[in-house]
Design a protein around this ligand. Structure first.
Ligand code: T4K
Length: 399
């Protein structure tokens, strides 16, 4: 890889891209072809594609043990899991959610027929706190849907206390949190339920997929019946049924991913520490370490950009990196409270989340996961350092 010595060496200015292939954000785990083929052959031989098959059962049993919970209910994706939990719990009312999250969190609330109440988050942890919740609390709030970001977690004890003080349940979108631990306890057993994503970009992936964890037997029975037209478990009346099934092919990939999970998390942590060296002392760039956990899966590597200090905005940096085939992401931009259809439907929240707005303009996620090497991390550090040095020359090439 050629070093970028001149402005014209940067791809936005017509130079050659640093990487010949896209370097993405996300785990993107691909098991060896032999393992993949053996798993698919097994499904072919059994002639059973989906509907609570043996691989799904094995996966759920292993996840229950892994999470230390009574019920791990696998679903099509985390969004469907969140919809199912919200719908199982409530027919109407409002649910408090952070504005600083993936749009899927709020979509789940809406699709379940409930209204989101958008809350701000803490500037350093990026998570809900009792204070941000209290500032947003409204009548008709029925529950809190907390979000655990970046392989970190909310302060569960503090949020639990707050929810109790209001007499409402709390459940979690833990899409990023699989494998992270607090005092030896993995995420999965906090609140009334936690929902995980097994999207291809997540530390445990099944192409698409997800899992609802709960220790509540009644809720689990409802969810199992909702997952597929009164499919499994004891018959309990449910508000609505859906198709949230996970197929055997998804379960097979999830099982392989689970086998390799510890290795992937350790690898992500090693990449993160490589970034700490590669990005040291870049003016205006600070690394956001996942908070609230003792062990993190390092699902994402997040940096905060101070435009004044760096002399370059987060968006400008993202554009320079993209041209180099470094697909850094602007999660989350814009905040959900400012996105379609929420800004129009709930205008009262548009100007009410200053910390969320600031984070949405300043954060950037750098590539991490199975497709990234130590050398890539070192090179990305050099590219960012070079971009900051050449910012004046680069600016005229930027949108
Ligand atoms: N709650 C939170 C807090 C979440 O972050 C998410 C999802 C959810 C709930 C909902 O979970 P799911 O219903 O999805 O299970 C991605 C993912 O689609 C989404 O799962 C994730 N969070 C969100 C933060 O990001 P995109 O559109 O930004 O990423 P995507 O699919 O374009 O992939 C990222 C990069 O990876 C791209 O550069 C392309 C590359 N890529 C991707 C795939 C899937 C590949 O090279 N190969 C691939 O197979 O949404």
């Amino acid at each position: 890889m050629k070093q970028k010595k001149l402005t014209s060496d940067f791809a936005v200015a017509g130079g050659e891209a640093t990487f010949s292939e896209i370097l993405p954000v996300g785990q993107l785990y691909f098991p060896s072809w032999e393992r993949y083929e053996a798993a698919m052959r097994d499904i072919f031989e059994r002639k059973y594609y989906t509907n609570h098959g043996p691989l799904l059962e094995r996966l759920e049993a292993r996840l229950e043990e892994f999470f230390g919970v009574k019920h791990a209910i696998c679903v099509t994706n985390a969004t469907v899991g969140l919809i199912m939990v919200a719908k199982a719990l409530f027919r109407d009312g409002k649910i408090m959610v952070p504005g600083f999250t993936f749009v899927g969190t709020a979509q789940a609330v809406s699709i379940a027929g409930l209204d989101p109440v958008f809350c701000d988050v803490d500037a350093s942890t990026h998570h809900l706190t009792p204070e941000t919740l209290d500032a947003a609390y409204e009548n008709e709030v029925r529950a809190i849907l907390g979000v655990n970001l970046w392989g970190g977690a909310v302060d569960f004890e503090a949020l639990d206390l707050y929810a109790r003080s209001k007499g409402i349940p709390i459940f979690y979108d833990s899409a990023h949190g699989l494998g992270s631990r607090i005092a030896g306890k993995p995420l999965g057993g906090f609140g009334l339920a936690e929902v995980f994503s097994f999207h291809a970009t997540k530390v445990l992936g099944s192409t698409e997929g997800g899992c609802i964890c709960t220790n509540d037997n009644d809720l689990a029975a409802l969810l199992r019946n909702m997952r597929c037209g009164y499919g499994m478990g004891r018959i309990v009346e449910v508000p609505v049924t859906t198709n949230g099934r996970m197929s055997e092919a998804q379960a097979a990939i999830a099982l392989m991913s689970l086998d390799d999970l510890e290795e992937h998390m350790a690898r992500n942590r090693a990449l993160a520490s490589g970034y700490e060296d590669a990005l040291r002392d870049i003016p205006g760039l600070s690394i956001c370490t996942p908070t609230g956990v003792d062990v993190t899966n390092r699902q994402y590597f997040v940096c905060e950009i101070d435009e004044r200090e760096m002399g370059m905005s987060r968006n400008e940096l993202a554009e320079v990196l993209k041209a180099e085939n470094i697909y850094a992401r602007r999660y989350f931009f814009p905040g959900v409270h400012r996105s379609v259809p929420y800004a129009e439907r709930y205008p009262q929240y548009v100007e009410s989340l200053p910390t969320t707005d600031a984070l949405c303009g300043r954060l950037i996620q750098l590539p991490i996961g199975a497709l990234v090497t130590d050398e890539d991390v070192r090179v990305i550090g050099d590219v960012i350092r070079g971009a900051v040095r050449h910012v004046e020359g680069l600016r005229k090439h930027l949108a």
